[in-house]
Design a protein around this ligand. Structure first.
Ligand code: ADP
Length: 186
């Protein structure tokens, strides 16, 4: 199974992708995690991405695509994958289609986790207290939500047009939402 997860910051993509990885043995590919690893390792890529991420803006398409291509070449991806945090704008959606066609691993399902803005704000405030991520502050969060509305939301139409989009309510317990996702994948 090859899956793209869509949803706003705080919608639970990371949590649900980890659970699916565990239960279905898929590769969980989070571009946010890959970028944070580069920042932590102090690589050139990480240095280029650090401030952009802290502001809540998007890292350049070329940087993220290069990083993703390298990750897609790893052997675990052959069993199927969950993409979390990519594509994040229309250009990335087009680039992803080209990459996956070339690799012969097209997307089977796009799953959109739907959560109201008020709930997102509460969840991210909570995560800020627990994890202290550099971009979980009120100003960056506003930017991330705006970027999501303006740049990422159009990606939903990209998959709706292909007929493989499934909308899943992202409210309830982690297990409830997981069960809904499993139904949406069936
Ligand atoms: P969230 O969706 O909860 O805000 P992520 O961990 O998915 O968090 O991403 C954190 C940050 O990493 C983004 O705000 C952005 O700066 C950068 N990032 C992640 N994925 C991409 C991407 N596909 N393209 C550009 N930037 C990205």
């Amino acid at each position: 199974m090859r899956i793209v997860f869509l949803g706003a910051p705080g919608s639970g993509k990371g949590t649900q992708a980890s659970l699916l990885k565990e239960r279905l043995g898929l590769a969980h590919i989070s571009t946010g995690d890959l970028l944070r690893a580069q920042v932590a390792a102090g690589t050139e890529l990480g240095r280029a991405a650090k401030e952009v991420m802290a502001r809540g803006e998007l890292v350049s398409d070329a940087i993220v695509l290069g990083m993703l291509e390298a990750r897609m070449a790893e052997p675990d991806v052959a069993n199927g994958y969950i993409l979390d945090g990519y594509p994040r704008n229309s250009a990335q959606a087009v680039a992803l289609d080209a990459l996956l066609d070339r690799l012969g691993m097209p997307v089977d399902r796009a799953v959109l986790l739907e959560v109201e803005d008020e709930v997102l704000l509460v969840r991210i405030a909570e995560r800020a207290r627990k994890e202290g991520r550099a971009d979980d502050n009120p100003e960056s969060l506003r930017t991330r939500l705006t970027v999501y509305q303006e740049q990422t939301a159009p990606v939903i139409e990209h998959y709706a047009g292909k007929g493989n989009l499934r909308r899943v309510p992202g409210i309830g317990t982690v297990e409830d939402i997981h069960a809904r996702i499993r139904d949406a994948l069936a």
